[in-house]
Design a protein around this ligand. Structure first.
Ligand code: ZN
Ligand code: ZN
Length: 73
């Protein structure tokens, strides 16, 4: 299970949070990954929640707090 930020920097060339990392991202706790739950419907129509792991969109998987959040992907 990857628990390290996937990237050092986001896609912005001039990015203050990436050049001077401050607070860890509040959405992923600085890991660069978040684990939301997404709904899955089985053949009986019963919805269950499955935990998935995705790169954190709020910090472009850098683990650095980006505030304000920008379009990073
Ligand atoms: Zn950045
Ligand atoms: Zn994050």
């Amino acid at each position: 299970m990857p628990m390290e930020p996937e990237r050092d920097r986001c896609l912005l060339t001039e990015c203050e949070p990436c050049q001077n990392p401050g607070e860890p991202c509040r959405f992923c706790s600085g890991t660069g990954w978040w684990r939301p739950e997404s709904p899955r419907r089985d053949e009986n129509g019963v919805i269950s929640w499955v935990r998935v792991e995705e790169p954190c969109r709020m910090c472009a998987s850098t683990g650095n707090e980006h505030n304000p959040v920008r379009p990073l992907f």
